[in-house]
Design a protein around this ligand. Sequence first.
Ligand code: NAP
Length: 250
Amino acid sequence: MTLSKLLEGQTAIVTGSSRGIGKAIAISLAMEGAEVVINYSSSLENANKVVSEINSFGGKAYPLQADISNENSVNELIKTVLDKNNKIDVLVNNAGITKDGLLMRMKTDDWQKVLDLNLSGVFYCTRAVSRQMLKQKKGRIINITSVVGLMGNPGQANYSAAKAGVVGLTQSAAKEFASRGITVNAVAPGFISTDMTKDLNSEAILAAIPLGRLGEPEDVAGAVRFLAAEPSAAYITGQTIQVDGGMVMS
Ligand code: NAP
């Protein structure tokens, strides 16, 4: 007997899935049988590598370029997916950047760029899929925020403001969409080993993590897979699940 996969026949979009956490999420959803849209901004080569990795275990995926910080680019992305797949079952808003600096010296451009992608991008994508998901009366949206959106971080006023905004957006969207069978949740990673964190001083960071290690992209993907695919997650909405090795406990 072969066990059926939880997302067989479903369409999932993962923004910023050409590397890092998004890549691990895309692979985990493809392993559950979803056809996954591998969105990237600049590296088709990386996106193609993710597609090949997914194809190697018999999974389905295709790459699609879009600048998630740009409203028109997002609308085009969603239109292209709907033209091809006719539906969108799962949206993972993962694309994100940092442009760190102390608030006193932070350039307006660095503030704006981080807000444009990490917060407005989540809004653009959620709005663009909402009509289709409301029509389907079905959908799962997962937003990748960060523990710094819950507690702040020196040098990251822009990033923590954007990530805190994602928590509020998640809760509001969850309330708006609940009556149509759409759940909206957030996952808040702590420190995860990716390009984004490669320059951080890990000794000081490790001391603050009860589980004593940085997280891996797969640790985050596990929580996203649960929220996106498990029938038993259907009654969870508006929540933020921390995947941080116990770093932030409230
Ligand atoms: P990463 O390794 O730097 O990867 C970023 C991804 O986002 C890449 O696929 C990149 O595509 C894509 N991207 C960048 N700008 C984009 C744009 N304008 N439009 C579309 N895609 C864009 O980052 P990560 O560490 O995996 O982080 C993923 C998410 O987790 C982010 O939201 C981040 O804030 C969050 N997070 C990360 C950590 C951590 O410790 N790493 C902790 C908490 C939260 P290209 O390769 O084409 O540029």
